[in-house]
Design a protein around this ligand. Structure first.
Ligand SMILES: [Zn+2]
Length: 242
């Protein structure tokens, strides 16, 4: 994979100045994010904003200037609509208290859930029509958000494994739209360990040590979370390319 240097911004923070700032700063890519909490429908909100008159104007200016624009979204509630819960609860997760719920994510032991995520990832890629081949359709922004159903427990799926299974389904979907597409596996929240499930060939690592102390270097030996994250990254790089 080519080396890129970029920044991730909220859609609302996009303005014309970013064309010059990216160029002057030597940035090659710009990721567009929408705030997403479970249940908020942020993908729909983004799509609405993009569809509005002029909604893609600055994105077009960036692309014309050679900046690759991509979208970084907590997309799972769009990829597997929660309205399906009533009819088909087994698509969704069982929480740590043993209750099946559509509050976030899904049951990765459900082939039907993964197939639907895959199909909808293909659809979402088509709607976004981005210039980048890299897709960042993340799981929900939540911890303790994995599935604890009997099947997932029997398979021994950790948070990282569940993240890989979902990333693999998304990777399959975006590849159906764009043969050169790859999909992010986001290493954060429940996925702060080495997965045992193998990522698909077109899944890449997105390492997000977001709750570390940002006032200190990540490699500072006095910063415990940073030390843990460095160890995690070293381990992840035995599976993923840098
Ligand atoms: Zn499950």
């Amino acid at each position: 994979m080519d080396c890129t240097k970029g920044v991730v911004l909220l859609y609302e923070d996009l303005c014309e100045h970013w064309v010059r700032w990216c160029r002057d700063g030597g940035l090659t890519s710009l990721g567009v994010h929408k705030i997403a909490l479970p249940g908020q429908g942020s993908v729909d909100a983004l799509l609405e904003a993009l569809d509005a008159p002029g909604g893609r104007r600055i994105i077009g200016m960036l692309e014309d200037a050679g900046i690759t624009v991509e979208y970084e979204l907590h997309a799972l509630e769009w990829l597997l609509p929660r309205s399906l819960f009533e009819k088909n609860p087994t698509l969704f997760r069982v929480n740590e208290a043993g209750v099946r719920t559509a509050d976030c994510n899904l049951c990765p032991s459900s082939a039907a859930a993964l197939d639907m995520v895959s199909e909808n990832a293909c659809k979402l890629a088509k709607i976004l029509g981005q210039s980048s081949h890299r897709y960042f359709f993340w799981m929900d922004d939540a911890v303790h958000a994995g599935c604890s159903c009997e099947s997932c427990k029997a398979a021994g799926y950790t948070g990282a494994d569940q993240g890989i299974l979902i990333a693999n389904a998304i990777a399959r979907g975006v590849k159906a739209y764009d043969p050169a597409a790859s999909a992010a596996y986001l290493a954060y929240a429940d996925a702060k360990m080495l997965p045992t499930v193998r990522p698909a060939d077109n899944v890449f690592l997105e390492f997000a040590p977001m709750d570390r102390d940002h006032a200190k270097p990540i490699c500072d030996p006095a910063e415990e979370r940073g030390v843990d994250y460095c160890r995690l990254l070293e381990n992840l790089l035995t599976i993923f390319p840098a």
